[in-house]
Design a protein around this ligand. Structure first.
Ligand SMILES: [Zn+2]
Length: 202
């Protein structure tokens, strides 16, 4: 089977936006008590910020959450109608006084398992590479890899759907990426993800 090139899109800025103070306490039951990630699977999730998100950003981070991700409605439109088939979307509001004002951003949560990208470079502790690179949360079973880019996947890990998620952002088939490649996205890093034959599993 011919496989399309994969592209990883994720937020590359350094600052994020804060949730309103009550949000986390009101929604603490949604999060894993062990790794503090959002419990999955779940449908769309609305977030409320205490400050207006800069209009020209195409991705950002809210409340230091990696999941859900946050993208502009502009980027969502570029992904096309199909995006809703693969992502659970939520609204992003700004709280102003007692009012909630909708912002031109959406939150997104994958409808499928999150893909732990493999990195060529290990993390080091005290000068030694970390040996156990796959970390599975014993409570919610979320899988993450402690590795750094450049990113790759093995052949049998190739995503089955054209739009999937990693814990950092979106993983797109080239046919989806084509639709937005000529648009200058703000605050978004784009990296190719290599596919390797399954010879060095581990
Ligand atoms: Zn967990």
């Amino acid at each position: 089977m011919m496989q399309e090139q994969l592209y990883h899109l994720y937020y590359s800025g350094i600052s994020g936006y804060d949730l309103i103070p009550n949000w986390k306490t009101d929604n603490s039951h949604l999060f894993c008590t062990h790794c503090h990630r959002l419990k999955l699977p779940r449908g769309g999730l609305d977030l409320i910020t205490d400050e207006k998100i800069r209009k020209n950003l195409d991705m950002t981070m809210i409340g230091y959450l990696l999941i859900p991700g946050c993208m502009s409605t502009r980027l969502l439109d570029l992904l096309g109608k199909e995006a809703e088939n693969h992502l659970n979307l939520g609204n992003v509001y700004l709280k102003k006084g007692t009012k909630l004002i909708k912002q031109p951003f959406v939150t997104f949560i994958s409808k499928y398992k999150y893909i732990p990208l493999r990195g060529e470079t290990p993390y080091y502790i005290d000068g030694k590479p970390i040996e156990k690179r796959l970390k599975v949360c014993p409570e919610c079973l979320f899988c993450a890899r402690v590795e750094r880019s450049p990113w790759f996947l093995l052949n049998d890990e190739y995503p089955k759907h054209p739009i999937q998620c990693t814990d950092m952002g979106l993983l797109l088939y080239e046919s989806v990426y084509e639709k937005l490649k000529n648009t200058k996205l703000v605050g978004v890093c784009v990296e190719k993800v290599k596919i390797k034959q399954n010879t060095q599993k581990g």
